[in-house]
Ligand binder design. Structure first.
Ligand code: PLP
Length: 368
């Protein structure tokens, strides 16, 4: 295994805790343990009594029961809880992929979704989202990427970093393609339930067939990244069992306090979603206005889901722009180079409450 540095994580490590405004976070607004516990009568007292022994490797049965409510056909035994979505990606790739296999990856991608497969010795074909198509993927292109040694297709919708939400027709076509070619579909759904219009929500991949694995987490839509609770949902026994077996060598089981808190969060997830969608909608209106005033500086495609967009900087090199904005205005943007994007895009996050102040600061800087 030969993993290069995770560019996005290194960028955040350098700037996250010393830049005043984070305008590129992927997650929604977080909350304190006290605020989360206050959502349920008696939860604070129960939390004091959480037993700090080892927990069940698959995740506590009551937490898995709550997670099942996200899905139509999934049972608690189809859920495997992990330490964040990140651990699940790592275990999935290390159990299912082998050297010299070929994987098709929705690109640009969260680095782990392609890099872990590469480090195993797989070849990767990027399935490119293109700005000129509103970040949509082209299904003919997908068909052309199939090799005789293709094992898996990796998709991420709603998408990091573009905020693209796949259409129902395209999503169904991807499923059909995977099923017909006897591949595995790894569907990163960590931004699911953050669709601006809930009617556009796609079915979870795991509900459509046992060739599919859905990835979920408390970090993004629900705004609880500090819990480090993620999961996979799948009816594929082979994938489930191999990942569970490898988990014995990584984290064994999850943090008991986090599992308790995640259970409270998932039981009250509709309240969390409503709160975060409210922030997202308010922020999107501010961004529409900001980008229309600065149309000479940026391209802007309004996302339909998630808490991120991927605008393009039109007036010079995006890396030096982001660097100057961080140093001189105290506002952190994420240059697209961390996604190996060659086209001058940058990631902008709009799931946080202080976006109006951050935009105000950026606006003042640009107008200087
Ligand atoms: C698309 C995607 N998948 C997985 C992850 C990993 O989530 P976590 O950090 O909560 O483990 C992220 C985090 O940014 C992400 O954006």
């Amino acid at each position: 295994m030969n993993l290069p540095p995770f560019k996005l994580e290194r960028y955040f490590a350098k700037h996250e805790f010393n830049t005043e405004y984070l305008l590129c976070s992927s997650d929604c607004e977080a909350m304190s343990i006290a605020d989360l516990l206050a959502m349920e009568e008696g939860a604070a007292e129960k939390f004091q009594n959480v037993w700090l022994g080892y927990t069940e490797s698959q995740g506590s049965p009551t937490l898995r029961h709550e997670i099942c409510n996200l899905y139509e056909t999934i049972q608690p035994e189809d859920i495997l809880v992990h330490t964040g979505a990140e651990e699940a990606i790592f275990l999935f790739m290390h159990t299912i992929l082998e050297e010299h296999e070929h994987v098709i990856v929705h690109t640009p991608s969260y680095q782990a979704l392609s890099e872990v497969a590469k480090s195993i010795g797989c070849s990767i074909s990027p399935w490119r989202a293109r700005e000129e198509n509103g970040w949509a993927l082209d299904l003919d292109e997908l068909r052309g990427l199939l090799h005789t040694n293709t094992t898996a297709v990796i998709i991420n919708t709603p998408h990091n970093p573009t905020g693209y939400l796949m259409s129902r027709t395209d999503y169904e076509a991807v499923h059909q393609f995977v099923e017909e070619n006897e591949l595995i579909l790894f569907s990163d759904e960590v931004y699911r339930e953050s669709e601006n219009d809930p009617a556009t929500r796609l079915p979870a991949a795991c509900d459509l067939g046992d060739y599919a694995i859905s990835l979920g987490v408390t970090s993004k839509t629900y705004g609880l990244a500090g819990l480090r609770i993620g999961w996979i949902a799948t009816k594929n026994k082979k994938v489930y069992d191999s990942m569970a077996a490898l988990k014995d060598y990584t984290t064994i089981c999850n943090s008991a306090p986090s599992e308790f808190l995640a259970e409270v969060a998932m039981r009250n997830r509709r309240i969390l979603v409503a709160r975060n969608l409210d922030i997202i909608r308010t922020n999107l209106n501010i961004l529409d206005e900001f980008f229309s005033r600065h149309a000479d500086l940026f391209s802007w495609i309004r996302p339909h889901a998630g808490s991120m967009a991927f605008p393009r900087y039109l007036a010079g090199d995006v890396e030096s722009f982001c660097d100057k904005v961080a140093r001189e205005a105290g506002v952190l943007l994420l240059p697209g180079s961390v996604y190996d994007d060659p086209d001058n895009h940058f990631r902008l996050g709009f799931g946080r409450k202080n976006l109006p102040q951050a935009i105000n600061r950026l606006d003042g800087y640009l107008c200087k």
